[in-house]
Design a protein around this ligand. Sequence first.
Ligand code: HEM
Length: 417
Amino acid sequence: MSGESDLNTAPQHSESSHSGAESVAEATGWDLFGIALADDPHSQWRKIREQTPVLDAGDGVFFITGWDLVDEVLRDPRHFAGSGVSASFGASNGLAFEAMRVWLMSLDGPEQTRARGLVRREFTPRQIEALRERIVLTTDRLVSAIETTPANTPLDLVEGLAFALPSEIIRSLFGLREDEWAEEIVSVIRGVDDSPGASIQMIEGLAQTFEGRIARGDIPDGLLADLRVPDEELGALSPLEVVANAVLLVTAAIDTTAGLIGNLAHCLLERPPLLDRVRRDPRLIPSLVEETLRFEPPALSCSRRAGQDLELAGVSIPAGSQLLLGLAAANRDPARYSDPDRFEPDRDFQGLLSFGGGRHFCLGAALARLEAQIVAERLFVDSAYDFEALEKPRWQKKNPTVRALDRLPVRARLRSN
Ligand code: HEM
């Protein structure tokens, strides 16, 4: 593997060139790229972990699958988060490259503390809770549309709900009108294809949109404006940082949350007895969301760069190596979660790695959880309809850091009792 691996990206973004992963396959016999996109990656990650929790994958890449080790690396400030993210997209110049170099996820040390302090102002628990009503109303509108679609017409829960809800919520947070959002943001995100360079084009497109708005002074009330507000102690984000973090928030918020909602619906529809239980006792919903996050986490991995020579589980790792942290694999480490391949909402979820950990812990975790909980309540408890999945799960095959269904066609039937 030369340079950065295409698996060396933040969960929400990745470039899809296969070259890096192929050399991993040659070096170890494990095709990490292929495994991440397999229908059942979990059984193969289990085999890797049983062989070694720290796999020397060749070319300076170490794939870590033990829960305690992933947790340790995430919390160890000696390792660098961002270095290489932009390069892993195949970018070396241009606005997208510049934006990825300065967005929150690429920063370390005091720079990250400062920028995170400024971005996180918009994601306090109180602000997220204040969004509840908006999320409830939007979910109700989307689910009602699904319910009132003519009988026997298949409906795609991913398009119509899992993607639509987080997209709509982040749109409203940015204060953009629906038509502007569809034209300037969704068309860019949905326009991404399989071709090399597609992700970078998306980031470039979003960055240009936000940069253009700032240049024109066409800034609606909302996140873009808020990101520009200075703080007495922390100072202000630079214009490039504002653009970069706006792009990060859009890209981080949609596909990941869509993955969570789709995976939750899939896990429940596959388990009718559990569905009955939730209907009888909706208090189970938060645990169902947590178990979905553990069992099928939307963000499969993230990366760090070793800040110094170290030894993990007896494996020597030179400074500068890429530590590819298998969040999903670690969530199924039997040393942490008993009977990990069983979907069990009654378990103790402490230590879940689905939103990362340490200094870069996901800023949108509470928002994603709230959206998923509200969807579960509206779709599976309050609805007068039953939903039946019409085909086997079709997992997306483009992005090796994301676990999400491409689509989830269902049929809605009025419940008889
Ligand atoms: C189920 C949904 C989500 C999942 C699974 C998820 C997962 C993650 C993970 C694993 C990280 C850590 C990356 C790393 O350490 O390298 C992260 C960071 C981040 N996430 Fe999320 N995310 C989700 C939803 C959201 C939402 C809704 C937002 C914003 C509205 C968001 C914003 C961010 C930001 C800004 C960071 C960077 C934080 C930092 O570097 O300090 N995420 N996310």
